[in-house]
Design a protein around this ligand. Structure first.
Ligand code: FES
Ligand SMILES: [Fe+2]
Length: 423
C-alpha cells in the first residue's frame, strides 16, 4: 500500500517532478540504434520523461537527441531535412546541428547575428548495447558512461528488442521484480510438474540491499533436485537482471544466458520496455534464428508487431486476443507471448494504479523495498545528493544466478562468485 501523495511522487516523471528529477540523474535508453540505421537517415520522434524530442543521425554518424520543435514558430522538426550535419526545418529553412546550435538562418539578412542567439534543446547521447542512451539531467551531475556487463558483451553474444506499453513505468517495473507471478501468469504448460516453477508456487523471497539497488533471491522447493534458487539483480532506477542458465524443466538451457529489462518512462502513462539477453559465456552466441525465437517468446516476433511501430497487435483493443479454449486446456492465461501476458495485466490496472487500495503479501517484498528506495532517492536528489546506482562502480561487477542449491546449504557458499560479472 502506498499513500496517494507517495504514489504521485514516484509515478510522475515530467520535468520538475520528484521522480522526473530522479530519472534525470541517470543515463536512459532513448531508442534502439537500429532505428537510426545510417548517417542522414530519417529522424525518429522520441518521447522521454514526458519531453517531446527528435532523434536523428547526422552526416558523421553521430546520434542527436534534440527538441522536437523548431524555435522559430514551433513547427515540428520531424518533417525536417536531415542534411550536411544538421536538421533543417522545412517551414522557413532554419537549421540546427547535433549540439542544438543554429547553423543557418536563411530568412534573416546575411549580416544578421541573430543565429548566434538561437538554439534548440540538445541532450548528450552515447550508443551502447544496441541502444542510444541519453542524459537529460543537469550537466554538473552527469555520471560516467553506463558500465553494465550487458554493455560490455560483444554484439554476437547480445540481443535486444523493445516494446511500448500503455501504463506508467512503475506497474511495469513492479511486474519485473515480482518473481511469484511467473508460476501463474507465465505458466504456459498447465499441469506440467516438470516445470520448476510449477513444483513450488510460493517461493521464499529475500531482499538484500546494495549500493546500486538490491539483489533478491527466490527459493523454490524442487524436491529431489534440492532448491531451485534464483538471484535477481535490481539496479536503480529500472534495470532488472535474471539468470537463465537452467532450463525451465531443470536441465541445462539450450542457450545459457542472462536476461534483463530496462523500463524507461516515456511519459506518465506510457513505458518503453527494452528486453535484452546475453550469453552466459563465450562458448555460445546468438544465431539469427535464436534471435527470432527470443522475440517470438516475448510475443513480439515479426508477425506480432504493428508494422512500422514497436506496439503489439495483441493489445487492450482486442483483449490481447485471449483464447479461452487455450486458457481452459493449455496455458494459464490463453494469451500468447510473455510480454503480452504482462501487458494485459499491467495495462488493465489503468494507466496509474491506485496503490492505496492494494493488499500486499510476502512475495511482494522486493516491490515494497524498491518503492521505499525510489521514494528515498527522490528526497536524496532534492537534498542535492546523488541517488543509488548512478556511479558505475556500484554495479559494474554484478550478475544474476539461477540453479540448484542443496536443501540444507547456505546459498552464498554454493553460489560464491557466480554472481560476479565475467564479461
Ligand atoms: S518554424 Fe521552423 S523555420 Fe520557421
Ligand atoms: Fe512477467
Amino acid at each position: 500500500m502506498l499513500k496517494h501523495e507517495d504514489n504521485e511522487r514516484i509515478c510522475r516523471v515530467g520535468p520538475g517532478t520528484p521522480a522526473g528529477e530522479l530519472f534525470r540523474r541517470y543515463w536512459q535508453p532513448a531508442l534502439l540504434s537500429e532505428e537510426l540505421p545510417a548517417p542522414d537517415c530519417a529522424p525518429v520522434r522520441v518521447k522521454l520523461l514526458g519531453e517531446d524530442l527528435l532523434a536523428w543521425r547526422d552526416s558523421n554518424g553521430r546520434a542527436a537527441l534534440t527538441s522536437a520543435f523548431c524555435p522559430h514558430r514551433l513547427a515540428p522538426l520531424f518533417y525536417g531535412r536531415n542534411e550536411e550535419c544538421g536538421i533543417r526545418c522545412v517551414y522557413h529553412g532554419w537549421k540546427f546541428d547535433a549540439d542544438g546550435n543554429c547553423v543557418d538562418l536563411p530568412t534573416e539578412p546575411p549580416a544578421s547575428r541573430m543565429k548566434n542567439n538561437v538554439r534548440i534543446a540538445s541532450y548528450p547521447t552515447m550508443e551502447l548495447a544496441g541502444m542510444i542512451w541519453a542524459y537529460l539531467g543537469p550537466k554538473e551531475t552527469m555520471p560516467s558512461a553506463p558500465d553494465h556487463e550487458f554493455t560490455r558483451v560483444p554484439a554476437k553474444h547480445f540481443h535486444v528488442n523493445k516494446t511500448f506499453q500503455a501504463s506508467n513505468y512503475l506497474q511495469a517495473l513492479e511486474g519485473g521484480l515480482d518473481t511469484a507471478h511467473s508460476s501463474y501468469l507465465h505458466n504456459n504448460k498447465l499441469g506440467d510438474k516438470s516445470f520448476l516453477r510449477n513444483r513450488d508456487g510460493a517461493p521464499k523471497i529475500d531482499v538484500h540491499k546494495t549500493d546500486y539497488g538490491y539483489c533478491y533471491t527466490s527459493d523454490r522447493n524442487a524436491g529431489e533436485d534440492g532448491r531451485y534458487f534464483r538471484v535477481y539483480q535490481y539496479i536503480m532506477p529500472t534495470i532488472q537482471l535474471r539468470g537463465n542458465v537452467t532450463s525451465r524443466t531443470g536441465g541445462k538451457a539450450k542457450v545459457p544466458k542472462i536476461d534483463g529489462h530496462v523500463w524507461v518512462p516515456v511519459d506518465d502513462e506510457t513505458t518503453c520496455i527494452y528486453n535484452f539477453a546475453y550469453t552466459y559465456d563465450e562458448t555460445s552466441e546468438f544465431s539469427p534464428e535464436y534471435r527470432v525465437e527470443f522475440d517470438i517468446d516475448y510475443g513480439r516476433g515479426p508477425d506480432d508487431v504493428i508494422p512500422g511501430t514497436y506496439w503489439l497487435k495483441r493489445n487492450a483493443s482486442n483483449d490481447y486476443m485471449i483464447d479461452r479454449e487455450v486458457q481452459r486446456t493449455q496455458t494459464y492465461t490463453g494469451i500468447k507471448g510473455i510480454n503480452t501476458q504482462d501487458m494485459a495485466l499491467q495495462e488493465g490496472m489503468g494507466a496509474i494504479v491506485d496503490r492505496s487500495k492494494e493488499i500486499l503479501g510476502s512475495t511482494d517484498r522486493p516491490i515494497v523495498t524498491m518503492r521505499k528506495m525510489m521514494l528515498e532517492a527522490t528526497h536524496a536528489v532534492e537534498r542535492g545528493e546523488a541517488p543509488p546506482g548512478v556511479d558505475p562502480a556500484s554495479y559494474r561487477d554484478v550478475r544474476p544466478y539461477d540453479g540448484f542449491v542443496p536443501h540444507d546449504a547456505d546459498w552464498r557458499e554454493v553460489i560464491g562468485d557466480k554472481i560476479r560479472a565475467k564479461w
